[in-house]
Design a protein around this ligand. Sequence first.
Ligand SMILES: [Mg+2]
Length: 325
Amino acid sequence: METQFLKWLLPQLNKDHRLEVLPGDDAAVLRFPGGKRTVVTTDLLTESVDFRFSKSSADNDFPPPASAHQVGRKAVAVSLSDLAAMAATPEAIVVSVALPQNGGRRLAEELFKGIQEEVNTFDITLAGGDTNAWDGPLVISVTAIGSILPRQCWRRDTAQAGDFLIVTGPLGGSLLGRHLNVTPRCREATAIASRYPVHAALDISDGLAIDCGRMLTASHVGGTIELDLVPIHPDAISLSEVPHTNQITPLEHAMQDGEDFELLLAMPAEAAQALVQDDPSSLVAKTTMQPRIIGKVTESLDFCSTTPDGQTKRLEPKGFEHVFQ
Ligand SMILES: [Mg+2]
């Protein structure tokens, strides 16, 4: 029952300086210091589309099943990743769930533990939410609220010809399990924003090729990705060897796989070179970030890839898209 669940849940939520009105009222009242702007984003995850709990009938059991704890963490992490893409500091989340009527309570408790883990990791507050039940699978939506000083927000539509393109880590093969253990680049984004000029940014959620295409199109520019510079995650190599999956190369995985949640940045050339030479742990302690230059923004509107032998090809913006009619 919702009332009993809330009776269990609400006392566990910390009092927080950002909450003028505590969770349990009709709405949260948030207060941010110093005239900061509010950044808001939302993301919705659906069982069997974004994750699955049970083992698949396929004999290789791919992609791996998720625990409710992992789903709770991931639901928060993917929304925080969108805040990172704007260089906003995460402050609060509100969480809505549609729980299956059977076993919903136990599921909600496990989800909450995962949510709470991310709340603690990123020092944010769980400001409220909604709990529904139905005869369908689990649906969870996390709205994340961040803060940023005026005019310091990154955006995707302001890349400039001559900018270098940077990714913050190796790509591809996330479906082997990294997609259930997402590390949003929030601290890295705010640290980079405080030290370097960044003209445009987004988080790679649907695949490098499609997301880079989105940035270039939004900015009314083109770009070239040098294929031998794209950092390939070891998982992309492993995944290309898994039977019964799309047999594509590790590079194709790095270019097209979704759910890496690394950042793609367009930066002035000199700043880009300084960033990749900088020690990442001097920016953020214990970060796993490995920034790499992968290409350039061009005035010509074409989106291309080049190979070391000098061949240039038009790049298909392939990646993950939800399909509906
Ligand atoms: Mg995004």
